[in-house]
Design a protein around this ligand. Structure first.
Ligand code: GN1
Ligand code: MG
Length: 360
C-alpha cells in the first residue's frame, strides 16, 4: 500500500487542465480501513483557491482483487445516480485515457473523484433528526438503484457479507493462531453462539439471495453532511456497491451510527432511540418495496452485522492484521470486543426494536 505521496504522474494521468503543475499539493486523508486516500489541491476551482479539488485513492488490491473492475463499476453507479439525483454521489474524474483509473509504474490502480466542499463526516450520530436524515439518504440510495443492473461485478469482495466463510476462517484460526490465547474469552463466546444462535439465522440473510443493489459499506461516516451536521449532501465510498440483502446496509448503519463509543473504543454504547430514528428514515425511503417480512429482517440484521464485524475483526487479529489498517497490535482485538459488546446490547433490545419497526 502507498504510504508516500502519490507519484505526480498518477495525478497527471487524470487531468492536464491544472494552472500550475508545480503547485499540486497532496495531503493524506486518514479515514477508511482499506484504501489509501489523498486530497489533492491543484488550484482548479477559483471559489476554493486553496483546494482541495479532488480525492485520489489507491484501490487496495488485496481486498479488491480486480481493482479495475471496481473503478469501472463505481463510474457506472456514480453516473447513474448523478443522472437521477445530481450531486448525490461525488463525480468521478475519468483518466485522460478515457478509463476510470490510472495505473502507476508499480501496477497499483488509482481512481479519482471531485472533492465536495463545505461538508463534514461524523463517526457517531448526535441527534435523532441527523439519524433519520442519514438513514433516509441510504434508503434512497437503495431505492434509486432498485432497477439498476450492476454492470461489472455483483460482489466486489467475494462472499463479503456472508457469515459462513468468516466463521470458517474463525474456526481455523481459533485453533492455529499464536494470538488465540490472548483472545480466549471472545473466542469462547463466539464459539458458543455458533452452536446456539447462528443456526437460527435465516438463509436469506446468510446468503444474500435477495438481489437488491445495496451500498455494501453503509457506515455512518460514508455520508458527507452539511457543516451544521443535519443534512446529507452526498454519499461516498461506492467501492462495495453489490447485490445483497437490504438489511446488510441497514444493520451496518445501525451498528456504526447508533453506538456512542465508536468502533475503536473498549466498550459499546448502543442507543435504541437512534435505532428508531434510523428505522424511520430507512424504511420511509423504501416503503414501496419493503414487505413486513423485510422489515423484520432489517431488525435482525442489526444483530447479524454487529456479530459479523466482531468475527471479522477477530479473524484479522488472529491472522496477524492483514486486512484492516491498524495503528497497534491490539486494535483489531479491541474492535472485535467492542463489536461483540454492541451485538449483546442490540440483542437485548430486540423485542422493543421489532415492536417499533412493526408499527412503522
Ligand atoms: C472497512 O472502507 P472502510 O474502511 O469504510 C470494510 C467494512 C467494515 C469497515 C469497519 C471493503 O470499511 O466492511 O465494515 O472497514 N470494508 C471492506 O470499519 O472490507
Ligand atoms: Mg469502504
Amino acid at each position: 500500500m502507498q504510504k508516500d505521496k502519490p507519484p505526480i504522474q498518477v495525478f497527471q494521468g487524470f487531468i492536464t487542465q491544472v494552472p500550475d503543475q508545480t503547485k499540486v499539493h497532496f495531503s493524506r486523508l486518514n479515514s477508511g480501513n482499506i484504501n489509501t486516500t489523498w486530497l489533492v489541491a491543484a488550484g482548479v476551482d477559483p471559489l476554493y483557491p486553496q483546494g482541495p479539488d479532488f480525492v485520489l485513492q489507491q484501490i487496495n488490491s488485496h481486498v479488491f482483487v480486480e481493482p479495475r473492475n471496481i473503478a469501472r463499476q463505481i463510474r457506472a453507479v456514480s453516473n447513474f445516480l448523478n443522472d437521477k439525483l445530481p450531486g448525490f454521489v461525488p463525480l468521478c474524474v475519468p483518466a485522460l485515457s478515457g478509463k476510470p483509473w490510472v495505473e502507476d509504474d508499480r501496477g497499483a490502480v488509482w481512481k479519482m473523484s471531485r472533492y465536495v466542499h463545505r461538508t463534514k463526516t461524523i463517526n457517531y450520530i448526535s441527534s435523532a433528526n441527523q439519524a433519520e436524515n442519514i438513514a433516509r439518504a441510504y434508503g434512497q440510495f437503495q431505492y434509486v438503484l432498485r432497477d439498476f443492473s450492476l454492470p461489472v461485478c455483483e460482489s466486489p469482495v467475494k462472499d463479503f457479507h456472508k457469515l459462513a466463510p468468516h466463521l470458517e476462517a474463525f474456526q481455523y484460526l481459533a485453533l492455529t493462531s499464536h494470538r488465540a490465547l490472548a483472545a480466549q474469552k471472545l473466542i469462547g463466546a463466539i464459539s458458543q453462539l455458533i452452536h446456539n444462535w447462528v443456526p437460527s439465522i435465516n438463509a436469506e440473510l446468510m446468503q444474500g439471495d435477495k438481489n437488491a443493489v445495496i451500498h455494501g459499506d453503509c457506515k455512518v461516516n460514508n455520508v458527507l453532511l452539511s457543516l451544521e451536521g443535519e443534512h446529507v449532501c452526498a454519499i461516498v465510498d461506492l467501492d462495495t456497491v453489490m447485490l445483497g440483502e437490504r438489511g446488510w446496509d441497514f444493520g451496518d448503519l445501525v451498528r456504526s451510527g447508533a453506538n456512542a463509543s465508536g468502533e475503536d473504543a473498549d466498550n459499546a454504547g448502543y442507543s435504541i432511540d437512534f435505532f428508531k430514528a434510523i428505522a424511520k428514515g430507512f424504511a420511509g425511503a423504501l416503503q414501496d418495496v419493503l414487505s413486513s417480512r423485510d422489515k423484520e429482517q432489517l431488525v435482525f440484521s442489526c444483530q447479524y452485522m454487529s456479530f459479523m464485524l466482531a468475527v471479522r475483526f477477530l479473524v484479522d487479529y488472529l491472522n496477524g492484521d492483514k486486512y484492516f489498517v491498524v495503528q497497534d497490535d491490539e486494535q483489531n482485538l479491541r474492535r472485535a470486543n467492542a463489536q461483540f459488546r454492541l451485538f449483546e446490547q442490540i440483542r437485548a433490545q430486540e423485542p422493543e426494536m421489532s415492536g417499533f419497526m412493526r408499527a412503522l
